[in-house]
Design a protein around this ligand. Sequence first.
Ligand code: F6P
Length: 324
Amino acid sequence: INRIGIFTSGGDAPGMNAAIRAAVRTALYNGKKVTGIYHGYQGMIENTMFEMNSRSVSSIIQKGGTILKTARCMEFRTPEGRKTAYENLVNAGVDALVAIGGDGTFTGAEVFSKEYDIPVMCIPGTIDNDLNGTDLTIGYDTANNTVIDAIDKIRDTAASHNRLFFIEVMGRDSGCIALNAGVAGGAEAILLPEKETAIDELIDMLEHAADRNKSSMIVIVAEGDKNGGAKDVARRVNEKFDYYDTKVSILGHLQRGGAPSSADRVLATRMGYAAVNELLKGNTRATIGIRGSEIVTTPLEEALSKKELKLNEDLVEIAKIMAL
Ligand code: F6P
């Protein structure tokens, strides 16, 4: 390997910059050249690449977003798109890749690397924490902290007015943020995509809570909850349960931004370092992960096929008891 291409793809996540920085500096330390690729797979096709040096990644460890920009690229799903991408990489002298992103990024990396036999190592970056092969993804801790901050603030006003709030958090398929932030924010109920909660069941929970003289209530609704999001849930609950004035708050994309937490910066740094070292050892078509405190790798094929349940089942039970 002479030159490593590095890119971010899919939804951005706080800590991606820290991972870029670590990968760039580890590659340079090992005498390799580095090419930055803007906008993920789109940039490979459009040939928006540039030479990176140690200074290209100065003062980015504390920044949210990704300095390499990101995109979701439909063209890369076609053989023609991938052919153009490969030709551009060859012209730029790129002979290995570090890809930072979520499952769409992993899928692209797997297909591309099989088709053109280019070594690739993935780093899990998404606030959703929904990737296999790792306990934690980069950005998840920061997003949890952002959501907890929002819940705390909403609680202040909810308690002052005796209101019931439905707060929608991100997680199209994953309830990880909802569960963790819900527990940390003392939510009265948490609706998760992985566990169906019928509206009547939720109303029962709220009625019991009202009987216990709660002055305010917070229900966390994961975006992917099967009842259809916070607005729908609030409307349907209100049809039968109207003890409280009800409000809906959809946190949206603010959950993706902000300075990465200390935990995310360190995780991203360890993962960026490991990704380059694994490539240099000859490992390919795999993702970096963390299990407990150990950095591990998992073949992409396995990470993409085996569905791990990332929700902590104990925490689901604990959340119900804490709402008493
Ligand atoms: O980053 C993950 C995620 O936030 C999902 O939870 C959400 O559904 C999706 O990305 C939205 O991303 P975008 O608006 O960029 O398509």
